[in-house]
Design a protein around this ligand. Structure first.
Ligand code: TXA
Ligand code: MG
Length: 322
């Protein structure tokens, strides 16, 4: 069993595991998180794999303080007011990503926004300090299950997918963080959580918008994000080969004789590598001159299901509504 009592030594070893691209489950004041180096696409792909989620949901990026948060997200006055009032603590803010941010695109599922949180739990803070970088971490449960509030819950759900499960006892709050999206001078409550609406509104000095009334970053429906990156070009899925004028999004050992724009998600046919490359590949081919992108078949197994889900949305007639 990968459960380790969260001693200083264990946290140090776990931080090394994070830096080397492995997964570590750790306690926060809300629930246990399943963490990976947020700057490493391959490590982030392991999170989706372990959770067995059939689609890519953007992850919360955990950082040590407001100053680090500001490296990855543009926090305007409103977002800073929230951060200064509630961080460290159970609040996640969704703000525009900074350009050239080092965060892997897979961690934010290709969105222009990023969810940031500074946790208050001593083990989470020690891990962040020692890992010396941002940690992407969803709740450490298998997709569709409830969030874990003890190391034993994590182990029951994820087994030995994490290299370590740092046991810091039961989580004090037991409820996920509140998520607020801040766009211009408006704040939208995306997920109710440990910090209440009243607490937020009194810190903001204004009312929160409801997600259905739609701030720019609000989900169109529960679990559905309005602003997923939608390619401009048409995607032609399960293509054996590209046609004339088409860009080619390949997978597996294919020849590279193609004249047009070309990106191989994984020449060796590794789905983890393909997931890590997916959003950057779509952007790159989309920026090329071709009107359409031919996409090689991708197996529906493991991470392939989430990759295909994303590609199917991109191929739908009106992807901006997906
Ligand atoms: O308390 C918590 O927030 C825990 C601990 C581990 O920090 N984490 C957590 O993560 O609950 P997760 O992945 O289970 O839930 C994060 C939610 C998802 O529903 C995701 O859609 C949303 O945050 N989210 C992340 N990035 C977003 C973005 N850019 N825009 C809108 N929603 C976002
Ligand atoms: Mg969750």
């Amino acid at each position: 069993m990968p459960i380790e009592l969260a001693t200083n030594d264990a946290v140090e070893i776990a931080a090394r595991a994070i830096r080397s691209g492995q997964l570590v489950a750790f306690p926060t004041e809300t629930v246990y998180g399943l963490g990976a180096d947020a700057t490493c696409g391959l490590a982030v792909a392991k999170i989706y794999e372990a959770k067995q989620r059939p689609s890519f949901n953007p992850l919360i990026i955990h950082v040590l303080d407001l100053q680090s948060a500001a490296q990855y997200g543009n926090l305007n006055i409103l977002a800073r007011r929230l951060a200064e009032t509630f961080w460290p603590g159970p609040l996640t803010v969704v703000v525009p990503r900074t350009p050239q941010s080092k965060i892997a695109e897979l961690a934010t599922a290709g969105l222009e926004t990023i969810a940031l949180r500074v946790p208050a739990h001593p083990v989470a803070c020690a891990l962040l300090r020692q890992a010396a970088g941002p940690i992407a971490a969803p709740s450490a449960n298998r997709s569709g299950h409830v969030s874990p509030t003890s190391a034993a819950h994590v182990c029951a759900d994820l087994g030995d997918a994490p290299a370590f499960i740092l046991d810091g006892g039961p989580t004090p709050l037991g409820l996920e963080s509140t998520i607020v999206a801040v766009c211009d001078q408006q704040a939208t409550l995306l997920r109710a959580g440990a910090i209440t609406r009243d607490e937020l509104q009194s810190a903001l000095g204004q009312s929160l918008l409801e997600p259905c009334r739609g701030g720019k970053y609000a989900p169109a429906a529960p679990g559905q994000l309005a602003r997923h990156y939608a390619p401009r070009s048409t995607l032609r899925l399960n293509a054996a080969a590209p046609g004339i004028g088409e860009a080619w999004l390949a997978f597996g050992p294919v020849g590279t004789a193609h004249q047009g724009a070309f990106f191989n998600l994984s020449p060796s046919g590794d789905l983890r590598e393909a997931a890590a490359n997916l959003f950057a590949a779509l952007r790159e081919l989309d920026a090329s001159a071709g009107e359409a992108i031919a996409v090689s078949p991708i197996p529906e197994t493991g991470l392939g299901e989430a990759i295909n889900d994303r590609l199917r949305r991109g191929a739908a007639p009106n992807p901006s509504a997906a």
